[in-house]
Write a protein that binds this ligand. Structure first.
Ligand code: NAP
Length: 280
């Protein structure tokens, strides 16, 4: 049993919800980020555990990410605890190009900007004790992705899988660059590939062929409890300590794509993202 404090996003559905369940079973204290209060209330009722607390906000908006971080900081301060593990699970896809009210392409905002900014805002709490971990859920889809530096928000050429694959490649590049900047004895960063998992990811904001393709494909996926088990291990198990900057599938280190190993791109993306988050 662990006495770690874990912050996790994407907790009201799919892989994130299954991971919350596992983390609680392992004894962790969980601060769960959610956007939907009704869904969170249902989860809280079902899990019925006083080590689970929800904080609320929409991760597609940087202003809301700041508010989420503030709620988390207040809880950590009140409890006089450090943040031991931060897990970015929340993710989304959309058939249509949507701009947030802050003028950011929506998939880029949820899948890449939010993990970057939330990590940045919680950094002082991650640094309070040695050996913190940051886990970022990427996807095998990163292998068909590339970073479109000249068209990062897809003003033209928007296509669901191209945009999603870019954001999931960004997750790996973020992990790699963060790992190169921070001593792993302080914080280690992990990119996670859950494989194909039976969730509603591909039906929430999709239509037509894309929705149909997800419904067809996902039948072959595993139950969310499968990646949740591996994610919990990487979050808490001492055997994963210090293994910063690596890509993990089914609890085993595997090589990501060649583009994910491009150090120049990782640095460029980090600096560009940091600039976008500058005012926060
Ligand atoms: N399923 C797969 O086969 C698969 C494969 C590779 C990678 N992944 C990755 O795994 C992660 C989890 O996906 P999943 O399959 O479990 O999908 P899911 O069942 O749709 O869960 C996604 C979670 O993220 C939350 N979320 C989405 N947008 C948000 C926002 N703007 N603000 C706050 N929370 C938000 C959702 O909230 P609601 O409950 O309110 O919708 C939900 O709790 C994603 O990063 C995804 O890219 C999944």
């Amino acid at each position: 049993m662990t006495n770690k404090t874990v912050v996790i996003t994407g907790t009201t559905d799919g892989i994130g919800l299954a991971t919350v369940r596992d983390l609680l079973l392992e004894g962790a204290t969980v601060i769960a980020v959610a956007r939907n209060k009704k869904k969170a209330a249902r989860v809280a009722k079902e899990l019925n555990n006083d080590r689970l607390t929800f904080v609320f906000g929409d991760l597609s908006l940087q202003s809301e990410v700041v508010k989420i971080a503030d709620q988390i900081k207040t809880l950590l301060d009140e409890r006089h605890v450090a943040l031991h593990v931060l897990i970015h699970v929340a993710g989304a896809v959309s058939s249509k190009r949507v701009l947030t009210s802050e003028g950011i392409e929506w998939q880029f905002a949820v899948n890449h900007l939010a993990p970057f900014l939330l990590t940045k805002l919680l950094m002082p709490y991650l640094l309070q004790e040695k050996g913190a971990r940051v886990l970022v859920v990427s996807s095998g889809a990163h292998r068909v992705g590339r970073v479109h530096f000249q068209n990062i928000m897809f003003k033209h050429g928007y296509f669901l899988i191209t945009v999603y694959a870019q954001s999931k490649l960004m997750n790996v590049l973020f992990v790699k660059e963060s790992a190169s900047r921070i001593d792993p004895s302080l914080i280690s960063f992990y990119a996670l590939d859950p494989g194909l998992v039976k969730t509603g990811l591909g039906v929430k904001k999709t239509f037509g062929l894309e929705k149909w393709a997800w419904e067809y494909q996902v039948k072959k996926g595993v139950d969310p409890s499968v990646p949740a088990h591996y994610f919990t291990g990487i979050a808490l198990d001492p055997s994963y300590a210090l293994k910063s900057g690596l890509y993990w599938k089914n609890g085993v280190e595997v090589k990501p794509s060649k583009r994910a190993e491009n150090k120049k791109d990782a640095k460029r993306l980090y600096e560009l993202t940091d600039k976008l988050c500058e005012t926060k």
